[in-house]
Unconditional design. Sequence first.
Length: 270
Amino acid sequence: MPTIKINNADIYYEDSAPNDAQKPVMVFAHGLLWNSRMYDKQVAHFQKDYRCIAFDFRGQGQSQITKSGYDMDTLTEDALGLLAALDIDKCHFVGLSMGGFVAQRIALKRPELLQSLILLETSADPEDPKNVPQYRKLVKAIRWLGIKRVSNKVMPIMFGSTFLADKLRKSDRKQWLAMLQGNRKGGVIKATMGVIERTGTYEQLGDITTPTLIIVGDEDAATPYSKSERMHFAIAGSKLAVIKGAGHTSTVEEPDQVNRVMGQFLENCV
């Protein structure tokens, strides 16, 4: 699949229907330490009716590791650059965790590009000061020991207890652990620092008029329900859905629930 040069970075993306101008467009922005693979089940579900575009942020997945550009504003410019390069003037934008930080900024900066905004397991606040020391410690451990050595500590941040304890999903866990361990150290460190040091968007959320769906797993320890509820109350007319038995990566843990909730919301955005 193709890469495209955006803001001096080679950005990897996958496009389910590059030549179909008739289908409405859905764009998927992934969370920290992952890549476009976290939306495989959503793309498979929606691609019949939508042109689905999933991309990897710089430094992650198959996109280029650059020296700089990992702050949320630059990542937002990367996403906007991708839309422009692909001649997309309207889309449904889906962002999970870090992808959600970017999605909010697009809704504030370029609302005319959005038909809807779907925010999963994300927050409008800066990183909780209580979490910052442990995340800095994690970055230090990745720098000195490598991602493999800390991956087992990261899994409970990324996934809920139901998924982690389900004997029938052992092969799923193995696959995602391997993907986590496959991250390139330099990109992960830069991307993680960008997330830790981000500014918040909460004070501006009242300006968002795009139809918005907020989704959160009921076992999400990284961005708990209260963060989603706070966004929901701040964005007029937004919908809030809780995914049962899911942690911080509901698209992987409970894809059927997520697809159903998204589908119902999108039907009302036509």
